[in-house]
Design a protein around this ligand. Structure first.
Ligand code: GDP
Length: 141
């Protein structure tokens, strides 16, 4: 078993698709091990996406991610990191495969409904970005 970190992004929460997306992921074998709803501060959004700070879309991404509530969650499954990346589809919904979350729910390359960690190491770091040790106590696979 492995864990990964997802975020239901502001576009999907505002559109009322959050529970539908989580249900779809549960159907694909992911189990929710921790979950919360919050509004990211500008500082939090800048820190979370710091790796993209030199990219032209960084300011817009920070504005988008702070535009409304998000739902971070720790998901568990066999091979969870790779399986979630596959389940969400390509960053740009125009390139996302049929049946993926982004193909079905993303509005654009930026407003693309969902985040998924890209490595086990980042999943661990991102889980601790959103959840306290107490939240995660007893959830390790
Ligand atoms: P991901 O791992 O598929 O989420 O993609 P990245 O890590 O490359 O980018 C992080 C997030 O930045 C994406 O999920 C999008 O919300 C946003 N993003 C990525 N590329 C672009 C782009 O070319 N333009 C805009 N406006 N946003 C982008």
């Amino acid at each position: 078993m492995e864990q990964t970190l997802t975020i239901i992004k502001p576009d999907a929460v505002a559109a009322g698709n959050a529970a539908r997306i989580l249900a779809l992921l549960e159907e694909k074998g992911f189990r929710i091990r921790a979950i919360r709803m919050m509004r990211l501060s500008e500082a939090q959004a800048r820190e979370f996406y710091a790796v993209h700070r030199e990219r032209p879309f960084y300011e817009s991404l920070v504005r988008f991610m702070t535009s409304g509530p998000v739902i971070p969650a720790v998901l568990e499954r066999e091979n969870a990191v790779a399986a979630l990346r596959e389940a969400i589809g390509a960053t740009d919904p125009a390139e996302a495969a049929e049946g993926t979350v982004r193909k079905r729910f993303a509005e654009s390359k930026e407003r693309n409904a969902i985040h998924a960690s890209d490595s086990v190491e980042n999943a661990w770091r991102e889980a601790r970005f959103f959840f306290s040790e107490a939240d995660l106590l007893g959830t390790a696979p």
